[in-house]
Design a protein around this ligand. Structure first.
Ligand code: NI
Length: 245
């Protein structure tokens, strides 16, 4: 547990450092307030881009290039069998400040699995990622968003769903996908895309450009918890993290 908490605290500190170093874009009024006092976490709005089902060599690398050019971090819920042969991409994600999470080894619906199959799907991927990235705590996105009480009891990870879904798997229409996202996004949302389609990479980068222009800050899911001052609990389900009332 200490590892998890440390990572959340490290995320908060990293954000504070980013804010202090002016690396994050922010409105002028906040900049003045920060100049006058100690670094504080900017108010937002925040959004987390998440990508499922990868990695895929061509599309994921292009996405990482585009995110890097824009200085934006995202979260990748990876499938174990797609990690094989793409280990360097995973290490690149981690090294460039993105978050890597679990999406099962073979993209199985967790609600349909018995206990031993569940642990085979989730723990085998966790072990693969631990060997590759040197840490043990990963958030879990259930394939298809399918889960039940047994899933929650077995997860040993926070369960991360989403609040904005352009259903990018259903077409390759970047224009439609971008407008669905831009028409629906709000502070604290978690956007679902898939980094295995070229059109989805285009969608993601267009959304980044549009939302940066609207003053949004892109964070990983872990960073989103940190800026909201919340702790991600194992077995709990999260769809978004709106600002506290
Ligand atoms: Ni999936």
């Amino acid at each position: 547990m200490a590892g998890w908490k440390k990572r959340v605290i490290a995320g908060a500190l990293a954000l504070a450092v980013l804010a202090a170093g002016s690396l994050l874009p922010r409105p002028g009024r906040e900049r003045e307030a920060e100049a006058a006092g100690p670094a504080k976490i900017p108010a937002g709005p925040y959004v987390a881009l998440t990508f499922d089902d990868g990695p895929k060599a061509s599309t994921t690398a292009a996405l990482l290039d585009g995110l890097s050019q824009r200085g934006v971090h995202a979260t990748f819920f990876v499938v174990g069998e797609n990690v094989e042969g793409n280990e360097l991409l995973l290490q690149r994600m981690e090294g460039e400040g993105h978050q890597v999470g679990l999406h099962t080894y073979h993209h199985k619906s967790l609600a349909a699995l018995n206990a031993s199959d569940f642990y085979a799907e989730v723990d085998s991927l966790r072990a693969t990622l631990t060997a590759l990235l040197g840490r043990e705590r990963f958030m879990l996105r259930p394939p298809y968003g399918m889960m039940n009480e047994a899933t929650q009891a077995r997860a040993a990870s926070p369960l991360i769903l989403w609040s904005v879904d352009p259903e990018d798997w259903s077409d390759r229409d970047t224009k439609r996908q971008v407008s669905v996202i831009l028409d629906n996004v709000k502070d604290g949302d978690i956007i679902l895309l898939h980094d295995i389609y070229p059109a989805s990479v285009d969608t993601a980068l267009q959304v980044v450009d549009a939302l940066l222009a609207r003053g949004y800050r892109f964070v990983t899911v872990e960073e989103l918890f940190a800026v909201r001052g919340r702790t991600a609990e194992n077995g709990k389900v999260y769809r978004n993290l709106p600002p506290q009332e």
